[in-house]
Design a protein around this ligand. Structure first.
Ligand code: HEM
Length: 204
């Protein structure tokens, strides 16, 4: 039997740490799961009335995060940042359904001076939600909604959802952050998920 030569430098090399996007995914998987189940339990795609309540929660969240898409620090990292926003399309979806605008939030989601790391954590949640939107877009089709009426904010990007997401995670994974920044990016993502949980409850 021939034994393949081993490369001792490889054997002794420390394991590559998971990418930041993978750490965020692992850290928020449980809260995402609860959110996904909570939304689906309210049967948003059974009829336009239920769907309008889902839209109101999505609207409240996309209104919260809209300022991120003008954040100078994030724009320096992501050249297409402004084109990624969905506030206009969710507002049009609400109008399509004749649904009321949710009341302004009592508390702003974050302060005016938001650091890049925390902002990246929030943006991870907003951009990541475009992935699950592929499923939701198909379900919305069952009640006659699409990218031209009622489900604009769930439609995919012209470049394709996967490419759009990869372009974002490439930036997320390589943005230089110190140890405190690594903590803040995770805290930002957790805060964003908690915020959406609150909107879903408020609009139920
Ligand atoms: C019923 C509602 C939802 C369903 C069924 C759902 C489903 C999914 C699915 C299947 C993925 C993985 C897609 C893929 O890897 O290609 C995903 C990813 C993700 N979703 Fe949701 N989602 C829902 C709602 C939300 C909401 C409301 C948010 C946040 C506001 C959210 C945030 C995310 C994030 C951040 C990711 C990226 C995870 C990663 O790092 O890969 N999702 N979702």
């Amino acid at each position: 039997m021939t034994v393949a030569p081993t490369d001792s430098t490889k054997l002794n090399a420390p394991p590559t740490p998971p990418a930041r996007s993978q750490r965020l995914k692992a850290d928020t998987m449980a809260t995402h799961d609860v959110l996904d189940k909570r939304i689906m339990a309210s049967k948003p795609f059974d009829n336009p009335r239920n769907y309008a309540r889902f839209l109101q929660a999505q609207y409240a969240f996309l209104r919260d995060v809209d300022a991120l898409y003008e954040h100078a620090g994030l724009a320096a990292l992501l050249p297409d940042l402004a084109q990624r926003r969905r506030y206009a399309s969710i507002a049009a979806d609400l109008r399509d359904l004749d649904a009321a605008l949710p009341a302004d939030a009592a508390e702003p989601p974050f302060g005016a001076e938001l650091d890049v790391a925390t902002a990246l954590g929030w943006l991870y949640v907003s951009e990541g939600s475009k992935l699950g939107a592929a499923i939701l877009y198909k379900l919305a089709g069952k009640i006659g909604l699409d990218e031209h009426h009622g489900a604009r904010h769930l439609a995919g990007h012209p470049d394709g959802r996967a490419r759009h997401w990869r372009d974002f995670t490439a930036v997320l994974d390589t943005a230089p952050l110190d140890a405190a920044g690594e903590e803040r990016v995770i805290a930002g993502a957790r805060a964003a998920f908690m915020r959406m949980h609150g909107h879903v409850e408020a609009c139920a």
